[in-house]
Design a protein around this ligand. Structure first.
Ligand SMILES: Nc1ncnc2c1ncn2[C@@H]1O[C@H](COP(=O)(O)OP(=O)(O)OP(=O)(O)O)[C@@H](O)[C@H]1O
Length: 322
């Protein structure tokens, strides 16, 4: 493993591949996120988006290639907030700051809860909060890790449209205020255009970067604005082509070889994505987190660099894994 510091990028993947047995999940992916940049990652179900995030988080190792992160700390947020149900909201946030003295931890937890507009909810238990509020707690916990790189795996996928809109606004505000670098996975093309400085499209298995779309629209954006819709439609067209191309390729492959059982519905097995969302392909949205992140890591909620030994070198000091 090479360790290097590069302050010019928050995250960089150089020719990163990941193989699970016979399955090539990612194929020589090249991608970078600049410090302070917000990059959204889109692609059909099963193209390797979560795999990519877990490699960057250090939860798994690439089969080939190199990953460089320069963040002091990398925090990860999942679709399910995974809070400890027996702890109060404040204690859940404090968990991310175990190295601090108790009094300081408490004060800082309250600050972070204020930041996500949950001041005064610290004594509640997670079950007393709505889904959106729980996700805010998860966001507060990520921030409490003092992360400057935030990896987000469909964090708002399970929320209703109105709550999602509100959280988009809050995430955008916090991203700006704290100068975070964000790599955000979503199936929702409009969400990607609403939030991203850049939208990166991954091909279907194996996952590979097929196109990048800079989003040059003024902020704050509205998910339902004409400008967002126009770019989202362009990206959706490209995504559809990619899904169709993959269906053709895998059709040829399966004609040559007997089909292997698939652990989850793939893009080509389901309906063509409707305009501006890739999520029609994903019957797996609910299963997703459970499938790709171990229960243990997940219980830790926002997995911090500190909590994961493999992340330590890169996340704390900036470093590269290969
Ligand atoms: N631990 C694992 N062991 C074996 N195969 C895996 C593992 N994790 C992921 N895969 C496979 O790798 C491929 C990519 O999975 P991944 O979850 O990264 O895709 P995704 O794009 O995030 O999917 P979705 O959009 O449905 O969440 C899939 O075919 C999946 O079945």
């Amino acid at each position: 493993m090479t360790v290097q510091v590069d302050r010019q990028v928050a995250v960089r993947l150089d020719a990163v591949s990941k193989r699970y047995g016979d399955l090539l999940a990612l194929d020589r992916v090249g991608l970078s996120v600049a410090p302070g940049e917000f990059v959204c990652l889109l692609g059909a179900s099963g193209c390797g988006k979560s795999t990519l995030l877990s490699l960057v988080a250090g939860l798994d190792e690439p089969t080939a290639g190199q990953i460089t992160t320069t963040g002091r700390r990398v925090a990860m947020m999942f679709q399910e907030p995974a809070l400890f149900p027996w702890l109060t909201v404040a204690a859940n946030v404090e968990m991310a700051m175990r190295e601090l003295p108790r009094r300081e931890r408490r004060a800082r937890a309250e600050e972070f809860l204020e930041m996500v507009h949950l001041g005064g909810f610290g004594r509640k238990r997670p079950h007393e909060l709505s889904g959106g509020m729980r996700q805010r707690v998860a966001l507060a916990r990520s921030l409490a890790q003092d992360a400057d790189v935030l990896l987000m795996d469909e964090p708002f996928g399970a929320l209703d449209a109105m709550t999602r809109d509100l959280l988009h606004d809050e995430l955008e505000r916090i991203w700006r205020e704290r100068e975070l670098s964000v790599l955000f996975v979503t199936h929702n093309v409009r969400e990607a255009v609403r939030l991203g400085d850049r939208v990166v499209l991954l091909s279907s298995r194996p996952g590979k970067v097929v196109e990048e779309f800079p989003v040059r629209l003024a902020r704050p954006r509205r998910t339902d604005s004409a400008e967002v819709a126009t770019l989202a439609a362009r990206i959706t067209d490209q995504l559809k082509q990619e899904v169709a191309r993959h269906a053709e390729t895998s059709g040829r492959t399966s004609a040559a070889r007997p089909a292997e059982p698939s652990p989850r519905p793939s893009a080509e097995q389901t309906a063509t994505p409707p305009a501006e969302t890739a999520s029609a392909e994903t019957a797996s949205a609910q299963n997703h987190t459970a499938e790709t992140v171990s229960a243990q890591n997940h219980t830790e909620g926002t997995v911090s660099a500190r909590n994961h030994p493999a992340e330590t070198a890169s996340a704390r000091n900036g470093g590269a894994r290969s």
